[in-house]
Design a protein around this ligand. Structure first.
Ligand code: AMP
Length: 500
């Protein structure tokens, strides 16, 4: 199938002769077969081409998680376009930047937000798609019986995913057909996914984890999914007795542990629990094993590279580590220009067919992080133990990960600093029992009459919910070192127990 389109050909591996196989069961909604998934994707591809999408054009999408949204992803690939998903939590002012940076040919948004988003779309054609799969995108779709995918090779772009920038603006990571296909094939084999699997799919599909790891691996294996619109402990526990695998962020596991229904019996059909996108606490790993008899398999990746390392399928899954480099992925840990020894900390660099093509229209940023010989400087600090297991020991970029989502302090600090009456601010992440880390803003006033409401009025309207600080502290001054740098480590220590 789809021989001329590198990624689509691979995503459709299991379509031929298997069109009736169920791809997705959905609580309260009809099942979707592989045949239906791809027929819908072809129709959407035809619609996109009709709307003017040409090879390499971006299709920007900010919609709820539905099968139609998955079909839009596959349809964009079939149409030769570049899929550009956006977090549904992004506000209009955040979306405005992405659209002006990526200049898409088509924008798809929720009908409830069309009035806000359409004026930001420039020359793009705007369609709508709601949480039930309805909207102008899917209305009156005609059959596309003779559909032929647009030819695309391994090195052509399939997607751009924006990663927040530590300084300045978000960067669009350009991912090629080969980047996505190679990583999904590797993961499918490494984690032993087959057509017998039923994957509980509860992750968002605007992020690499849910879109590429979960969706692509399921498709490439010919597996079925239990397709849930969002995390829902009840729905996941309902699905477990007839499912085989779950992919989640650490928050999934801590929340499921809080549910008394989680037991040896509920998981008796499950073969694999995978965690990633943020560090899984050793405590969670151990509690999960006590309750379920399963050791969670932790892996490590990022938007720019898809997955880099994984604990083994067979062999010891070592808590607090992210395992070994995946087959085909090279990993080195570097400090001061040389590779560090066992147990020493350095910057993690990776190279392989999974590593992205650079940042969209940011050649300088690309040059800073992607070496000419293909090594990508991840920004994560790590070490390797004597057995070769890699651990992530810190985040060079001061990244906060709250509920599995990245929050970059700089962005929030800049917004708060701009509020009249604020002198300066420092944003940190401290341990949070539910979210992994909770965002805390430490603020120095310039004008004593400034109130908490003045701050939250601004952060509440300008920032996506997951980025909004969960706590604000007013202080007389920020701790600084002799070089004048704010001591974030000291702040994190001071407020470490805030959410305990
Ligand atoms: P994203 O680009 O949103 O996928 O975020 C990638 C970042 O998440 C990485 O650079 C790491 O800092 C962090 N990350 C992903 N997986 C893990 C993990 N298993 N343990 C610790 N940090 C992780």
């Amino acid at each position: 199938m789809y021989d001329d389109n590198y990624l689509a050909h691979r995503l459709a591996t299991h379509l031929a002769g298997n069109a009736d196989k169920v791809f997705a069961t959905r609580p309260g909604l009809p099942d979707i077969t592989y045949g239906e998934l791809f027929t819908g994707a072809e129709r959407l591809a035809a619609r996109l081409i009709d709307a003017g999408v040409k090879p390499g054009d971006r299709v920007a999408v900010q919609v709820e998680k539905t099968i139609e949204a998955v079909q839009l992803y596959v349809g964009t690939v079939l149409a030769g376009g570049v899929f550009l998903p956006l977090n549904t939590a992004y506000t209009a002012s955040e979306v405005e930047y992405f659209l002006s940076d990526a200049t898409p040919a088509v924008v798809v948004c929720d009908p409830a937000r069309e009035v806000e988003i359409a004026p930001l779309a420039g020359a793009a054609r705007v369609f709508t798609l709601d949480g039930t799969g309805q909207g102008t995108l899917t209305a009156d779709l005609s059959e596309a019986p003779d559909f032929k995918p647009v030819a695309r090779g391994a090195d052509d772009l399939a997607a751009i995913l924006y990663t927040s920038g530590t300084t300045g603006r978000s960067k669009g990571a350009m991912l090629s057909h080969r980047n996505l296909a190679s990583n999904s094939e590797t993961l499918r084999d490494y984690w032993r996914f087959t057509a017998d699997d039923v994957l509980i799919h509860a992750l968002p599909i605007f992020h690499t984890h849910g879109l590429f790891v979960a969706t692509n691996v399921a498709l490439l294996a010919g597996a079925s999914t239990v397709f849930l619109p969002k995390f829902d402990a009840n729905a996941i526990l309902d699905a477990m007795p007839t499912s085989t695998a779950l992919m989640g962020v650490p928050t999934f596991y801590t929340r499921l542990l809080d549910d008394p229904r989680l037991s040896l019996e509920t998981v008796s059909n499950m073969r694999l629990f995978i965690s990633g996108s943020a560090p899984l606490l050793v405590d969670t790993h151990e509690k999960w094993e006590e309750r379920t008899g399963h050791r969670i398999l932790e892996r490590y990746g990022m938007t720019e590279t898809n997955m880099n390392t994984s604990n083994p399928y067979e062999g010891e899954r070592r808590a607090g580590t992210v395992g070994f480099p995946l087959p085909g992925v090279e990993l080195r840990i570097v400090d001061d220009g040389r590779e560090v020894g066992t147990g020493e900390i350095g910057m993690i660099e990776v190279r392989g067919p999974n590593v992205f093509q650079g940042y969209w229209q940011m050649p300088e940023k690309t040059a800073e992080e992607l070496r000419p010989d293909g090594w990508f400087i991840t920004g994560d600090l790590g070490m390797r133990d004597a057995d070769g297991y890699v651990s992530i020991v810190g985040r060079g970029k001061d990244l906060i990960i709250s509920g599995g989502f990245n929050v970059y302090p700089k962005e929030i600090e800049s917004l708060i600093d701009d509020i009249p009456g604020v002198l300066e601010s420092a944003v940190i992440g401290v341990p949070h029992p539910d979210f992994g880390e909770g965002v805390v803003a430490v603020i120095v006033k310039e004008d004593e009459s400034l109130t908490l409401e003045d701050i939250t009025a601004e952060t509440g309207s300008k920032l996506a919910k997951f980025k909004q600080p969960k706590h604000y502290e007013f202080v007389a001054e920020l701790p600084r070192n002799t070089m004048g740098k704010v001591q974030k480590k000291a702040l994190r220590e001071t407020y470490a127990g805030l959410f305990a």
